[in-house]
Write a protein that binds this ligand. Sequence first.
Ligand code: FBP
Length: 552
Amino acid sequence: MKLSPLQIARYQYTPKLPSMLRNGIGEICVKNGSATESVADQEKIHALFPNTYGKNEITFQKGQNTSTPKKQAVGVILSGGQAPGGHNVICGLYDALKATNKDNVLYGFKGGPSGLLDDDYIVFDDAYIDQYRNTGGFDIIGSGRTKLETQEQFAIVAETCKKHSINALVIIGGDDSNTNAAVLAEYFAAQNAGIQVIGCPKTIDGDLKNEDIECSFGFDTATKTYAEIVGNIQRDANSAKKYWHFVKVMGRSASHVALETALQTQPNICLIGEEVAEKKLSLAQLSDYIADSVAARAAKGWNFGVAIIPEGIVEFIPEFSMLIAQINELLAGAKADAFNALPTWEEKYAFIEAGLTQEAMAVFALLPQAIQQQLFLERDPHGNVQVSLIESEKLLSELVKENLKKRKVAGTYNGKFSPLHHFLGYEGRCAFPSNFDADYCYSLGYNAFMLIQYGYTGYLSKVSNLSKPAEQWIAGGMPITKMMNIERRHGADKPVIRKALVELEGKPFKFFEANREKWAIDTCYVYPGAIQYWGPAEVCDQTTITLALEQN
Ligand code: FBP
């Protein structure tokens, strides 16, 4: 494999650990915190997790290591979408495991949770691990989206572990994967299987966040990468002065990625899905809002601008959700075959018109034809519309175009509107981790091993105080059950980790809200440039603005 100069140089980077983990394995002891309770539905969660519920929060501190020496065999998986820093979690885990006892073994199960079911693994050694230090991606062992959630699957995982004498598993994943980690930990505890389970908080989406998890890893690097690109686009827009750029950014339902990218770049427009839902905004209101900015800027002679659109926006527009629900119903079961058999779009359109309510049809009729057709193309395995595939950036720019035409006729707008479209997602998920993510991830992995060494199970590797320099970070563990509540999923009550959406009362949104009016009309662009790995701390070790605002 040919290595880039940056990759070679990044191999030399030594990730920074929190001070309590810096003194060598023999000098790490446990400080017990208080017993925990789940964030809601305490009785139900307790009943579902009788063996792992209510345990104490713990932190590590400097002091004599009192853990029982024993040979450890640990398995690790990466679960879900890629996030920068995943490799460093494994490197930190490996280094702590080997520093504790060189005979300890780390198994990497390949392709995500399915690797555990298929017993598809590698055993890490120094040479293999060294190729992945401080690099982006999940290619060290691959990832996957198979869910570990049934008793049958748990029994297979127990068999796999037994076969290799594995006494602990580390699951690196998002809210669902960590929920499943807690369920698996409870299963093993109930069976007395002698297998511990530790989770690590991953996702670029930033929606695995609560009192205990200040941010999931990968959010920092991904948003800095998107902000660099949006900044570059803004500079191009401000140079050429002829395009409006509509940039959709990943992040699933939550708008954390969009908000952070906007805080870093100060675009003219950034929509926040959670606000759209709260205010029940319609497509017409959204197009009006954007067209107001286009018109106001055009009046100053600026026929250019940048709008950031969160990936999940359409789910939050009430009339759009209603339309999607009706389309799902319209094409349920065999009705989809009848629809698909119709040879022309005109016939399909008539079928749709006959099946939707007047209200839903009015929304459907508003959509550009390309988007109308998209709603009937890609369906998920349940036959539902795949909302994430809808090109909302094109939908909105089309609606704005129509809106501006009407303004032209009314004489209230006399500019030019040439939209361009972008979708930023995969560009950021495997970037070289920023120093923050390199340090945070390595610490999470190192810390995960200390939790294993001290015998904890059903815990999340927790590193906090993240807006401070790494040496002031606090390492420890939190029972995953503390983050759980009961939610309705697929028609059943399930214990799950609560997903964190953007809080409209939170400081990041408030800051954005206080400034966006000016950003919409003036040109206040900020150009963050590329992530820097060497140089002054204020350039290289900055956290996200979201984290800085949340922690003052
Ligand atoms: P996770 O929730 O698994 O971390 O994935 C995040 C994400 O990047 C979302 O932002 C995006 O909607 C989704 O993954 C894309 O999934 P895929 O990689 O399967 O295309």
